[in-house]
Structure formats: structure tokens, C-alpha cells
Design a protein around this ligand. Structure first.
Ligand code: FHN
Length: 466
């Protein structure tokens, strides 16, 4: 502090010294500028991918929804520390039981790939503050605190690159273990508070861990979560966004680094008037009725009811539901991030694996109608959904016409060819104009009961009556 300080302070106190720039609060940082073509290039692989696998894994897989002999209320198993109000010192003891000897990164990536997923997002640190990677920013991590003693993320990242999937990481801003944030058994326990005088310490911790994730795993997406605590601000988000993008210009970052979810409906997640909206919106456990036109977005979903493994959660969605959710997202111009919650032993539950294989079976035949597509040109179709690529419409028929006539209302394009996606010879289907569009003559039985894809090759861009 300069020896002029006391004098200057007097001047300021008495308003005699206009706040020279040097003394003004620093102007709020603004987002790094990015020309649209650069942003499009950065987002290209993510837009083409359309389908990713989410992995929620951590200490919470050990209790698996049960604490002191009782199952916590239905819902997220990964919240057990909060739901069962477990004191941090007690929850920490779970580290001694976390020894995933059956963890097999190659098998996990094989499963994701067989499902047709093009990227994988895994929790590097969830709200409980436990890190699944070799971090030097503390000792509450899988390497230093568990009998397993090895980094989980790096081998998974290497395996993703080996098998051609993009490796991505989830990171929770809210941290129930870090001493700067309140946590269970604090007198004024509240999972969304922070000791104000220690916020800078926590942000420094965060930045160190985020840099480690970039340096050690070369993660392609940072999927932030736990942004709702009031102490976390838009300004904090912009600072971290710029920090990360300078470290890795190609990095993609979701909207939950900022406050885009605050009080806005799912449909609006990515369309707030805030400076920070992130690179994509993140509707959760649902699909916006009309998508989020004009912005990138991704719906994340569980296969049962919980993100983290719960041994009592048997409420599994069918393969048909999962495939139709994937189609619904793509037909609205969004991505689908389907979650698995591995067990404490490191295994993906059989029910999850079976569903991933079921989705993959459909994707092996119809993946062309999902990858690299854009949103449907139709407002609504009575029998299913539509995705498109230049010169092609992919009609995803959920309700097959028993009379063999598939009506496509409002379509004005000349049809150059029509065929079933399942037919490698692309045997032409007969099409004819109808009073308000096109009729496609299809076989009496659907090739796929979940969704059968009829491909229309059209002349020029899709032209549909409003
Ligand atoms: O609280 C978390 C929850 O545990 C889970 O990680 C989901 C996944 O998107 N995100 C938060 C709830 O919105």
C-alpha cells in the first residue's frame, strides 16, 4: 500500500478525489468476442453428434440410495449427502469403501459407441465435492483418498480418443465439501451458501481443477452444474468462460456456468437476456415442446429416476421411449444426453447396458437420420417426427399407417426418390401429390415398431406450407 494511501483515502472519503480510473471498480469483464463462422466451426462436431452418454459416478454409488438402513426418498441418489443430511466427516468415510475394481474404461466406451453415442460426459466432481481425477487442488479425490488410488478420468479420456468418441466432463460449482462452502452439520447448514470471505479461495480452487481437467484429459466440453447458489454470479461465469476459452479455444461450455436456468422455464433455458448464455442450453428430464429455435441445446435424461446409482430405482424407461426421445430432440434441432449411473464396483448396471444396446440396434440402421441432421421443417406431424439434411427429409414414423398410405401434410417439394432407410437397395416407394401435400405408399407393416424411417429425396430446400 503506498504511503500516500491514508491521504488519498481522506480525499476519497470527503469526495474530494474524483474516482480516477485507477480507483474505479474494474469494469465488468465481457465475453471474449467470437465471429459467427468461428463459433460455427467450434460447435460443428457437437451439432453433428446429436447423441451423447452422461455418466454420474462418485462416492454416492457406495450407499446407492440407502443410509442407516433406510432408503432416501425417491429421486437423485447423488444427493444422498444432502437428502440424508450426512455430516461431511461422516460422508468422507465413504472414500474408504470406494474401490471400483471392476471399472473398465474400454468396456464403458465400447458400450457408449455401440449405443451410437458420439460423446461422453462424466462427472469429474459432483456437488459432494469428491473428485474422480488426480487433482493437486486438495486431497479429497479418488487417487489420494480411496483404496483404488488411481485416476478415473484420464484412462477414460484416452479410451474415448482411441475409439473415436469425444471426452467431456461435468463439474459442479456448488461443493458441499470445500471449506469455503457450508455443508451438512454446519450450524447454519445450507448447501447453497459460501463463507463470503473465502469465495476467492474457492474460485481459485475451481480454476486450478478446471485447468487440470484441460491439461490431463483434454476435455472437449465443460458441462457445468450447481450454478444456482446466490453467491455465484454472472460476472463469475464470464470470468471462468474467458479463462477456459483462452486455455482451450475449441472448448465448448454449457449455459449452467451462468445463471441461465434461474427461474426460467425449461423452454427458455438458452434464451435469457443475460450476457452469459453459454454455448448450449441444458433442458433436463424433458424436451422443449418446440425445441429452442435459434440456439444450440441438449436435453439430459436419466434411464430410470436417478442420475447416480440407486439399488432401489427400478423405474426404467423402455428402449422405445429412449429412441423416441433421441428422435424428438434431433427433430427439434437438439442433442440428447442419456445418463448411466455406474455401481460402486465400477459396473454399468445391466438394465442400463441393455437399453444402450437397444438404442444402438436402432441407431445402426437409422443413425444417418440423426447424425448431422437439423430440425424438422414441419410444425407437427400426426404420425411421428422429421429430421433433415440438404436434399433429404427423414420421416420417423412412430404410428405406421395401416392402409399403407403415409400422408405428409404441407410438403410442396418435388420428390426425386422415396425409400425405407432400412432398405440398403433404396427400393423406390411410390409417391403422389395429395390435396395438401404428398402421399407415400408404404408396406402394410412397419420395418421397426419403435420408429421406421422413410427417406424423401427432394429438390431444393424443404418447402412446407406454414
Ligand atoms: O443437482 C444436479 C443433479 O444431481 C444432476 O447432476 C442433474 C443433471 O443435470 N443436474 C442437477 C439438477 O439440475
Amino acid at each position: 500500500m503506498s504511503h500516500y494511501a491514508p491521504f488519498l483515502r481522506l480525499l476519497i472519503v470527503f469526495g474530494l478525489l474524483p474516482l480516477a480510473p485507477a480507483f474505479q471498480a474494474t469494469a465488468a469483464e465481457t465475453l471474449l468476442p467470437e465471429p459467427p463462422q468461428e463459433r460455427n466451426a467450434r460447435m460443428a462436431w457437437w451439432r453433428d453428434a446429436r447423441f451423447g452418454m452422461f455418466i454420474h459416478w462418485g462416492l454416492y454409488a457406495v450407499p446407492a440410495g440407502q443410509w442407516n438402513g433406510k432408503f432416501i426418498p425417491p429421486g437423485n441418489g447423488e444427493w444422498i449427502m444432502n437428502t440424508a443430511n450426512i455430516p461431511a466427516k461422516e460422508y468422507e468415510l465413504l472414500t474408504k469403501k470406494f474401490n471400483p475394481v471392476k471399472y473398465d474404461p474400454a468396456a464403458w466406451v465400447c458400450l457408449a459407441k455401440a449405443a451410437g453415442a458420439k460423446y461422453l460426459v462424466i462427472t469429474s466432481k459432483h456437488h459432494d465435492g469428491f473428485s474422480l481425477f488426480d487433482t493437486k487442488a486438495g486431497d479429497y479425490n479418488v487417487v489420494q483418498a480411496t483404496p483404488y488410488g488411481k485416476d478415473i478420468l484420464k484412462p477414460l479420456a484416452d479410451e474415448c480418443r482411441k475409439q473415436g468418441l469425444k471426452f467431456c466432463t461435468y463439474y459442479s460449482i456448488m461443493d458441499w465439501h470445500h471449506p469455503a462452502q457450508f455443508r451438512p452439520n454446519d450450524k447454519t447448514y445450507n448447501p447453497t451458501e459460501i463463507h463470503p470471505e473465502r469465495k476467492a479461495e474457492y474460485v481459485a480452487f475451481m480454476k486450478q481443477q478446471l485447468k487440470e481437467l484441460l491439461d490431463n484429459t483434454d476435455t472437449e466440453v465443460l458441462w457445468f452444474d450447481g450454478e444456482w447458489p446466490k453467491w455465484w454470479t454472472e460476472e463469475d461465469a464470464v470470468g471462468i468462460y474467458n479463462y477456459l476459452r483462452k486455455l482451450k479455444p475449441s472448448l465448448i461450455i454449457n449455459n449452467r456456468l451462468g445463471k441461465a436456468r434461474d427461474g426460467v422455464r425449461m423452454e427458455e433455458h438458452a434464451k435469457t437476456d443475460r450476457q452469459y448464455t453459454g454455448d448450449f442450453g441444458t433442458p433436463e428430464q424433458g424436451i422443449p415442446a418446440t425445441g429452442l429455435p435459434g440456439v444450440d441445446w441438449e436435453s439430459c435424461m436419466t434411464m430410470n429416476d436417478s442420475w447416480g446409482f440407486r439399488k432401489d430405482d427400478h423405474h426404467w424407461k423402455s428402449v422405445a421411449t429412449l429412441v423416441r426421445q433421441l428422435i424428438d430432440c434431433a427433430s427439434k434441432g437438439g442433442n440428447y444426453l442419456l445418463n448411466v449411473g455406474p455401481t460402486a464396483a465400477g459396473e454399468i448396471p445391466k438394465e442400463s447396458a441393455e437399453r444402450l444396446e437397444g438404442v444402438g440396434k436402432w441407431m445402426r440402421v437409422n443413425g444417418e437420420a440423426i447424425y448431422g441432421t437439423t430440425a424438422s421443417p414441419f410444425k407437427k406431424l400426426p404420425w411421428g417426427r422429421c429430421t433433415q439434411k440438404p436434399g433429404k427429409l427423414y420421416l420417423h414414423v412412430f404410428d405406421w399407417p395401416p392402409n399403407g398410405e403415409l400422408h405428409v401434410p404441407g410438403l410442396k417439394n418435388r420428390i426425386e426418390n422415396a425409400y425405407l432407410q432400412v432398405c440398403p437397395q433404396k427400393r423406390p416407394l411410390t409417391t403422389s401429390p395429395s390435396k395438401d401435400g404428398v402421399v407415400v405408399k408404404v408396406p402394410s407393416q412397419p420395418p421397426d415398431k419403435i420408429a421406421s424411417v422413410v427417406v424423401l429425396e427432394i429438390q431444393g430446400p424443404a418447402n412446407v406450407a406454414p
